[in-house]
Design a protein around this ligand. Structure first.
Ligand code: SAM
Ligand code: DTB
Ligand code: SF4
Length: 339
């Protein structure tokens, strides 16, 4: 289902962000209640299907081969192994399965890409939402992923275009936008957000959001990651993000993109339960669930089950948007993929 883009200017977003704190979170809560079934949180499991040894120099990433981070390289997991993990994730209550690969990008015809397509088909058969994050891709790769059953492609813009060259030099912000364009053309949903805590300014955070509100169609989900400083990376000494700045950004995202899932992503191990509760109040309605992200730690499933129970939050069923179920993006064939 397509909605017109919700374009906002930097000035619009700054005005929202600067609203007195309690007015801001009240407005964000109202935007959430207007668009979503009350008190549901999407549980997503992440799996690194190919770990480490990446050619890119993203300054936050433990998987870049440029830095000595202690992350062991692991080759691509087989579809059988991926399916087994997805099956367990489903049994534990996850409804979305996100597979990440430490690659600059993927190419049709490469046997490793064929193997990922098979993994996608296997996970889709389990009835879970399927998300992949494989780096850069072109139109034909996007169409193949969609046909295999991918619900959403995760490709973050990560920060503002102005701050991006301070963080990554081996590809450009425009390269990220080009991949997102190919994903949109294929009819797959876009999962796109960023990281805060990388030395950026408040303006950079809101510029990132401005760009997301200009996507057409708007992103289906927006992951907001707090930097997890990874030893050996150039950003390993960045101070933690202020909790109220995080909550303000989540609330502003909820108001600006009311139909998107707003995912409270990396960095929850450094947030208190009370801080996370305020993030949910301000409009976050999705988390990564399970004790590991790609290489870094995440609160364990037991802790999260307890947190959700204490807040009377229920796990969301798969394929929900706004008030109810929707057909997932992988069904049918986009015009752009017919050629
Ligand atoms: N290689 C692919 C790419 O760059 O899109 C997919 C994997 S990459 C690890 C996916 C996203 O994870 C990044 O865009 C970034 O937003 C997030 N991420 C990676 N390392 C992180 C860290 N140390 N702290 C917070 N978020 C991180
Ligand atoms: C996203 O925005 N966050 C996830 C997912 N998309 C792929 C990744 C977080 C990675 C955290 C660092 C790590 O595990 O190495
Ligand atoms: Fe590679 Fe992605 Fe990590 Fe950048 S973020 S180094 S592209 S795995």
């Amino acid at each position: 289902m397509l909605f017109p883009s919700a374009r906002m200017t930097l000035a619009d977003l700054q005005a929202i962000y600067d609203t007195p704190f309690f007015d801001l979170i009240t407005r964000a809560r109202r935007a959430y209640l207007d668009h979503w079934k009350e008190n549901e949180v999407q549980l997503c499991t992440l799996l690194s299907i190919k770990t480490g040894g990446c050619s890119e120099d993203c300054g936050y990433c433990a998987q870049s081969s440029r830095y000595n981070t202690g992350v062991e390289r692991e080759s691509l997991m087989t579809p059988d192994a991926v399916e087994a993990v997805a099956h367990r994730a489903k049994e534990n209550g996850s409804t979305r399965f996100c597979m990440g690969a430490a690659w600059k990008g993927v190419r049709s015809g490469d046997p490793r890409f064929e193997s990922v397509l098979e993994s996608v088909r296997r996970v889709a058969k389990l009835g879970m939402e399927v998300c992949v994050t494989l780096g850069q891709l072109g139109e034909s790769e996007a169409c193949q992923l969609r046909e295999a059953g991918v619900t959403a492609y995760n490709h973050n813009i990560d920060t503002s275009p102005e701050h991006y060259p301070e963080i990554v030099t081996t590809h450009t912000f425009q390269d990220r936008l080009d991949t997102i364009g190919h994903v949109q053309k294929s009819g797959m949903s876009v999962c796109c957000g960023g990281i805060i805590g990388m030395g950026e300014t408040e303006r950079d955070r809101l510029r990132m959001l401005e760009i997301l509100t200009n996507f057409d169609p708007p992103p289906e989900s927006v992951p907001i990651n707090c930097l997890m400083p990874m030893p050996g990376t150039p950003l390993d000494e960045q101070p933690p993000v202020d909790i109220f700045q995080l909550i303000r950004l989540i609330a502003t995202t909820r108001i600006a993109l009311p139909r998107a899932k707003v995912r409270l992503s990396a960095g929850r191990t450094r947030l208190t339960r009370e801080g996370q509760a305020l993030c949910f109040f301000a409009g976050a309605n999705s988390i990564f669930y399970g004790d590991k992200l790609l290489t870094a730690a995440n609160p364990g499933a037991d802790a999260d089950r307890q947190l959700l129970a204490d807040l009377d939050l229920k796990p969301q069923a798969p394929f929900q948007s706004e008030h109810g179920p929707h057909e997932h993006a992988g069904s049918g064939t986009a015009m752009a993929c017919l050629a």
